[in-house]
Design a protein around this ligand. Structure first.
Ligand code: SIN
Ligand code: CO
Length: 380
């Protein structure tokens, strides 16, 4: 996956990041001129039949919002001639190379901030109602036309009893009709409502940002799983008899409070967890380990001839001497770090990056291990 030109029209990446990212919306006409959607509606419907793909159907029978969750067989979907329904398929980049490749256009933002590419298909009048998202999004019009209406962040109230998060009050301040190849960028919490004008497909390139609570929950669970060493247990030798057995014993409260107040994660625990947390694969992703792992030596010869590439579902990031891949942390042995960083930045290692390296090197062994886990593959 190379890093391709950002689809920001006349704006440079610097101008976009300074003026718009997390600040204000931007409409980019012909951001991807001559864009041809890599996926037909039929191929999207096919993806929605799979149980490893998250899909949702939004419709409004008799004017009431309805949400159904996939997988959907062909007969579960309304006819294409029926008005105002939307099929949303999440994480299409995890399943279709050509869609995954589109994300290379957005790598001016670090990979760990990218979430996924969702595709929506809608018939005329279809949409998911006015709402806000917690994350930045680029809405790429892939096929047909869609009207977008937006409003600045404000206190929100949701429709009661609706199966989706829909704003009960929404007054648009700006609106545009997007044509194929146009992009609308929205920062988090901007109100927006998209309505299909005829049959329409929209690609949402969505970002992610952990909340403090999400991070803390995961971190504390991780620490609890990995407490090693001694585990002192409370004791109260010499305890005086009590006449108020319902009262919390003060010495016990003080001891336990001390354990909590004095607990400190180490810097190493913190740094390690952040890298693992940010490269954790999506919950729907399972890597198939090689049933019969190839012997190192012929495998390395093939890797040197063909090069290696990251699986499209693999998440990689590095910091200092550590490389994080798919929620695991590796300390990079000396002599490997330039190439492992290159793998994270370009998601591939061409033959010339591997050629001079012997089979008994740390690099060959590490990459072989990742290949056997299904995280990287030979290049095509
Ligand atoms: C859609 O594509 O219909 C919805 C995308 C969004 O509003 O985030
Ligand atoms: Co949205």
């Amino acid at each position: 996956m190379r890093t391709l030109n950002p689809p920001l029209g006349p704006l440079s990446v610097d101008q976009f990041m300074r003026g718009h990212w997390q600040r204000k919306p931007l409409l980019i006409r012909a951001a991807l001129p001559d864009f041809k959607p890599p996926l037909s509606p039929e191929a999207l419907f096919e993806l929605a039949t799979r149980d490893d793909v998250e899909s949702r159907l939004v419709s409004q029978p008799r004017g009431r919002w309805r949400l159904d969750r996939g997988p959907f067989d062909a007969q579960d979907l309304p006819a294409r001639t029926r008005r105002a329904w939307t099929l949303l398929v999440q994480g299409v980049d995890l399943h279709v190379d050509a869609v995954h490749d589109l994300l290379a256009r957005f790598r001016f933002v670090p990979d760990v901030r990218l979430d996924d590419l969702m595709i929506s298909y809608a018939t005329d009048g279809g949409g998911v109602g006015p709402h806000v998202d917690s994350y930045d999004v680029f809405l790429l019009q892939a096929h047909g036309r869609r009207r977008w209406r937006i409003s600045a962040p404000r206190a929100i109230e949701l429709l009661p009893d609706a199966p989706l998060r829909i704003l009960s009050h929404f007054e648009a301040e700006q609106e545009w009709v997007l044509e194929p190849g146009d992009i609308l960028y929205l920062p988090p919490l901007w109100g927006h409502e998209g309505t299909a004008l005829g049959e329409c497909m929209t690609y949402s390139i969505g970002f992610r940002a952990p909340s403090r609570l999400e991070l803390l929950r995961g971190f504390l669970a991780d620490c609890a799983d990995s407490v090693g060493g001694s585990d002192p247990r409370f004791g109260d030798r010499g305890l005086a008899p009590t006449r108020t057995p319902g009262r919390l014993p003060e010495p016990m409260t003080r001891s336990l409070a001390g354990w909590l107040a004095d607990w400190r994660p180490t810097k190493r625990q913190i740094d390690d967890y952040i890298g693992r947390f940010l490269t954790e694969p999506k919950p729907s992703v399972w890597f198939e380990a090689q049933a019969r792992p190839p012997a190192l030596s012929p495998w390395w010869e093939a890797a040197q001839r063909r090069g290696l590439r990251a699986d499209r579902r693999s998440r990689l990031a590095y910091r200092g001497r550590h490389l994080f891949i798919n929620g695991e942390s590796f300390e990079m042995p000396s002599g490997t770090s330039a190439r492992l960083r290159r793998l994270a930045d370009s998601r591939e290692l061409p033959p010339d990056a591997l050629r001079a390296t012997p089979v008994d090197s740390d690099l060959a062994r590490t990459l072989h291990q990742w290949f056997c886990a299904g995280w990287i593959h030979h290049s095509r």
